[in-house]
Each structure stands twice: as C-alpha cells, then as structure tokens.
Design a binder for this molecule. Structure first.
Ligand SMILES: [Zn+2]
Length: 686
C-alpha cells in the first residue's frame, strides 16, 4: 500500500541534517512508513536485477545503495525512539515489524536474480571489463558473501524451510526482549521499612519513593538494572535487603509471569538447525565467520585462555574480601549479595574513595563539555554547539551540532541521558542518518544512557562508571560522526560486531587523561579540582577487582558460546533444563564460581537472546585486545594530541566498513595486535 503523503516520514525531513521531525511524528506513523519502505525497496531492487544493460558500478552498486531510502529513514527514526521512549503502541509496532524485517531480508538475500546480477558484475570485473575502486570491490565481495550465508544457493525446499525458521527466530527474539524488559520492571523490589534503605543517598531514597508512588504502592521501589549486579548493593547495609534484590535480579525469567526459558530453548535449537542448513558446524561458527575472529575456535581459544587467569584472580580477591567481611558478619560466609558491598568497603580502605565522595566532582554538564567533548576537540579539532531549538523524540533529548576545526559542518549529536519508564536499560548509540557521499548525507547519531534524573534544579552527579560509559558511547558516536565513506551500508559503525566496540573502548582512555580529567573533575559547588591523590587512586584502582569483572564478563561470553556451539541433540528440549544447562556450561570452562554470577544469566541475557550479540558477546573482549594495543600505542606517542587523533581518524574511524576491519587496524597500527597489552591492563597472568 502506498504511504499516505501526510505521513511525515514520506518525505525527507526539512530539519537541519535531515533530523527526523519528531514534533510531527505520531506513534502510528512508523509502522506504515517502514512497511511502505520495504515494498519500495523490493521494487527498486527488482528493477536493478532486471536491468538488461551490462552490470556496472552505477547500475549495481550505486543503484543498490540508492534504494530503500524511505525504509532507512523510517527504520532509523523508529529504532531510535522505540528503545528509548516506548509505549504499548510502539511495542505493538515493534512486534509487528520484527518478523517483517526478517522476511524483507530473506526476500532480498534469497533472491537468485539479485545474486546473479551481482555475480554478473563480479564476472565483468574478473574479465577486466569493469574496474572497481577498493570500497566498491569490498562492497561486492561482502554482498556476495551475505547472499551465500543467507542460503541463496540452497535448493528451493530448503530455502522455504529457512524462511520459516528466520521468521520464527525473529518473533522469538522480539518476544525475549519484551519479556526480559517486563521482567526487569516487574522485578523491582518494594521496601516498606525506611530503616532498610540505610546506605542509599537521600536523592536515591527520594527517587525510590517517587517510583513507588507512581506505581500506586506504599513504600520505596528499588528498580532493577539489566545486569546481574545491582548498583544499590554497593551501599545498602541491610544484608536481608541485599539478598532480596540479588535474588530478584538473578532469578528473573525463571518461571513466573515473564518466564523466558521456553523462548531460549526454542531459539537456540532453531539457530543450531539454521546454521547446519547453511553448512556451518553451529551458530557460533556461522557468526564468527562474519566477524574479524573468523572461526568459533579462535573465539573459544581467546576466552578459555583468559578464563583460568580471571577466576584465579577472582578467588584471590575473595580471600581479601573474607577478611573484611569477618568484621561485619563473623559467622556467616560471604555470599554473592555481599560481594559488591564488601568490595566497596575494601575499595574505600585501599583506595580511600567511594562513589559518594567522587560524585560531587563528576557533574554531568562538566563531564560532557570539559571531558567528552574536550577530548574529541583535542584529538580531532571538532567543536560542539547545543541547538536547543532542535527537538528529538523526547523532551529529555538534547541536540548538538558538530563541526570541524575550520567550521565545516559534520553532523548532529543527540544526547538522551536519563532513565525513565519505557526506556530500556543500559547505554547505547544509534544512527538517525548515516553519513555517505553517494546521497550527500551527513551523520546524525544519538547516545542513550540511564542516569538517574535529580530533582528539578539539582545537578546530575555521576559515578565513575557512568563517566566511563559516557566516554564509551561517545566513542561509537565519533565512529558515526567522523565516517567518510561513499556508501551508506559501509558508514561509521557498519563494521563487524567484534570490531565495532574497539573505537568506543579506545575512547574510554581519555577519561583518565591528565589534561582532560583536570578539566572536568571539578567539585560542582566549590569549583575545586578533584584532589591529586584521588586521581592517583582512581588510576591505581583500574586494576581493582579485575578478577571479578573479567570473570563475570567471561562467564556471560562463554555461556553465549556454549548455548550456540552445543550440538542440537545435546541442547535442552525442556524449559526446566535451562538452569542445569547453564550450570554445566559454566562448570565446563571453570567459571562456576558462586560468588561471581555471570554478568547476565541466560534468562535475562538480552544481548544474546533478543539478538544483536548472539554468539557475539565475546566481541567486547576481542575488541578490547585491539583497544589495549591501540591505547598503549597512543600513550607511547604522546597521548592526547591532534596527530594521534588524525591518524586514528584517517585509518579507522573514517573508513567505517569500507575495508576489511583487520586491514584497517593493520594500516593504522603497522602490525597485528599484541595480546600482552590486554593482560597487563587487566593485571592478568596466563
Ligand atoms: Zn559499546
């Protein structure tokens, strides 16, 4: 059905940089625009495939890259808003769209005529009749591979089976996301005795009271976060409440109203079947083949090489913790719900810093302008100007214009910092408009986080982790903003999953850069800089509890690998088997350490079961190997300098996905990454 012309997504937004005009967009506009966009793209691609002219860059590569503009526009507008600002109408649209998107992908990548048209171009290149520039050559190589990975060469009945599987997988992933979000919200812990809140700040107590009142309950409501670890456990002195929150967190999805186990069983089995149909040993192998890692074995080798060192360090840390714990509870053994609390005590003693003394020095506006933006300015010369007249999808979203040192416009950066009902947990980056020269589009990117909004008129004071997250997400934003590619599909963060975290992780290093830190870490009331000994302590504390952190991460990453590399006949068939499977998986790799639960347990592991990082959660540490190597290289070359920024920008950020990712790394670095830098950074010995 053609799209109603009154739908604001029907035409390119007239706002600067094609920023979607959310002031005109209503919830019911997205779905029809996305659906019409898919139909339009299929028609355009059918024309491309049927073109009787000899295949050229213009009538194949550029024609493809010019197709589906309505689809991209509508999809970007929707998937920026929906995770950050959802409601039942948008959730219903998401549910309806997800399987259609999978079908759309199938309609393209299982279309033999399209594949043949691309292959015809490859033949002409081979014969010397067409010369491809490197980006077009890489485009063609990856596109042909994508077709082959989709099963275009399968017999017809297998293709039909594949379509059914893809459709069901998409439905299940979407259902997992919804159930996990509902389970997280529904798992909030109600406290009725104010005395139990001891340890929380007044602002946190007020916030908990507000949340309870909003939901019509008497008392204080402690909301859950995505991860197993819950921040209030750092500070709550009441052990029984810590235990309640911990159990509410780690038992999410295991039975009850938002049980996700049935979804996990069906989904992992389907993914295994699909991989085998496509000729891969398992889903993990299928995923690794598309990344820098190449093979499931390479992933398994890296993770299992790190695991024993991580657990050994975590066990050493537990010994330290027991000593402190004896002072609180001489009788009871240390439990998982005590770890964060004791860890904070130990941190306070050893590093004489806790979150509450740091917070007044980590005020959001200052961290943003004098930290995150200042570092980008020092490296790339770019500037940021807030444009309050430009609105985003929620009144809390803020829009900044980004420009080169000489004033040349770069794009827009949308920042949406605060947690609110209807926003998913965690922090992430989105593209609203992808940079590309072919269509002359400049980038519009957004960052989301879940800072707790202070009462009106009060400053937003952050934890150290919040600061790192801000730098991290902004690293993704820079990848999008500094992209310099001809094709949209190769723009900015359009790189393999095990590469895409690399630039964002590198950007975290500037949080502790001496020159930058002294600019942003200033007391919000007195204007005094953060004391030098605290800075030294912060620096030293980066090694603190790396055993715990690496273990909880690797446990989640290996769970993901085990779920996706176990042969079909050994995968659970019954939801009741999910927990036992998880336990056995962790035991198998020596990560079954009760005091350190995986960062996500299976039943709320959205990265993996909602999709996006399925068999790919390893990517963070794969990228960190590249990051640690790069950070060491930058420091050896003088740290925060324009020369360092320009080199990184030219060889890496600007290239996006227009070249092989590891080639761009080697171009930048002049050699392969060295694993030792990661081990040194984390204090791990193998
Ligand atoms: Zn990231």
């Amino acid at each position: 059905m053609p799209l109603d012309a009154s739908n604001p997504l029907a035409t390119v937004s007239t706002l600067p940089y094609e920023l979607p005009d959310y002031s005109l967009l209503r919830d019911e506009h997205y779905q029809p625009a996305i659906e019409a966009g898919m139909a339009e793209q299929l028609a355009q691609l059918a024309e491309l495939a049927a073109d009787p002219e000899p295949a050229t860059i213009a009538n194949v590569v550029e024609a493809w890259e010019s197709s589906g503009q309505l689809f991209t526009r509508a999809l970007n507008a929707f998937y920026t808003k929906q995770p950050a600002d959802t409601n039942p109408v948008l959730d219903a649209a998401d549910e309806a769209i997800a399987p259609q998107l999978a079908a759309h992908g199938d309609a393209i990548y299982l279309d033999r005529r399209l594949y043949d048209r691309l292959a015809a171009l490859a033949v002409r290149v081979e014969a010397g009749e067409v010369r491809l520039d490197p980006a077009s050559a890489y485009w063609l190589e990856r596109k042909l591979l994508a077709f082959e990975r989709s099963g275009v060469n399968l017999p017809e009945d297998d293709q039909a089976r594949l379509r059914v599987m893809n459709h069901r997988i998409a439905e299940l992933q979407s259902a997992f996301g919804r159930e996990a979000l509902a389970g997280m919200n529904g798992g909030a812990v109600l406290v009725t005795d104010a005395a139990e809140l001891d340890g929380l700040s007044q602002a946190e107590i007020d916030g908990a009271l507000e949340r309870a009142t909003e939901t019509g309950q008497d008392g204080w409501l402690i909301e859950l976060e995505n991860t197993s670890a819950q921040r209030p456990l750092d500070v709550l002195t009441n052990r029984a409440l810590r235990e309640r929150i911990h159990h509410a967190s780690v038992n999410r999805g295991l039975g009850g109203a938002h049980d996700t186990r049935g979804i996990i069983v069906e989904l992992t089995r389907l993914r295994a079947e699909r991989a085998s149909l496509l000729g891969f040993a398992n889903h993990a192998a299928y995923v690794a083949a598309d990344g820098c890692a190449g093979t499931g074995k390479a992933v398994w080798d890296l993770l299992t090489r790190l695991a024993p060192a991580a657990v050994a360090n975590a066990r050493d840390e537990a010994v330290d913790m027991e000593v402190v714990w004896r002072r609180f509870e001489p009788e009871a053994p240390l439990a998982a719900w005590d770890w964060q609390f004791v860890s904070e005590q130990l941190r306070a003693e050893r590093y004489a810093l806790d979150a509450s003394v740091l917070r007044p020095y980590l005020e959001l506006e200052r961290v943003l302008h004098e930290g995150v933006f200042a570092a980008a300015n020092g490296l790339y010369g770019i500037t940021f100007t807030e444009r309050p007249e430009l609105a985003s999808y929620n009144p809390e979203g803020r829009v900044f214009e980004v420009a080169e040192a000489d004033g040349t416009p770069i794009g827009l950066f949308v920042a949406d910092f605060y947690t609110r009902p209807g926003k998913q947990g965690g922090a992430w980056m989105n593209n609203l408009v992808d940079q590309n020269h072919l269509l002359g589009q400049l980038p519009v990117v957004s960052n989301n986080s879940n800072l707790v909004k202070p009462p009106a008129g009060q400053p937003t004071l952050m934890t150290w982790d919040d600061v790192i997250t801000l730098f991290h997400e902004f690293g993704h934003a820079l990848h999008g903003l500094l992209s310099d590619t001809r094709y949209r599909s190769q723009s900015g963060t359009e790189t393999p999953r095990d590469f895409v975290e690399y630039p964002s992780q590198v950007n975290e290093m500037w949080a502790l850069d001496e020159g930058i830190l002294s600019r942003y870490a200033v007391h919000h009331e007195t204007g005094e800089p953060m004391p030098a000994e605290w800075v030294a302590t912060l620096r030293g504390s980066t090694l603190f509890q790396q055993g715990f952190k690496t273990t909880e991460y690797l446990a989640a990453a290996l769970l993901d690998q085990v779920w996706h590399s176990t042969p079909l006949d050994e995968l659970p068939t019954d939801p009741e088997q999910v927990e036992a499977f998880e336990e056995a998986a962790l035991a198998k790799v020596g990560l079954d350490f009760d005091l350190v639960p995986p960062r996500y347990r299976s039943a709320y592991f959205r990265h993996v079961f909602e999709g996006g990082y399925d068999a790919g959660y390893y990517s963070y540490i794969w990228s960190e190997v590249l990051d640690a190597d790069t950070a060491a290289f930058m420091i050896a070359n003088g740290g925060l300098r324009r020369e360092n920024g320009e080199r990184f920008r030219r060889h890496l950020l600007a290239k996006g996905g227009s070249v092989d990712a590891m080639d761009s790394f080697r171009d930048y670095r002049g050699q392969d990454p060295d694993l030792r830098h990661l081990l040194t950074r984390r204090g791990l010995k193998v």
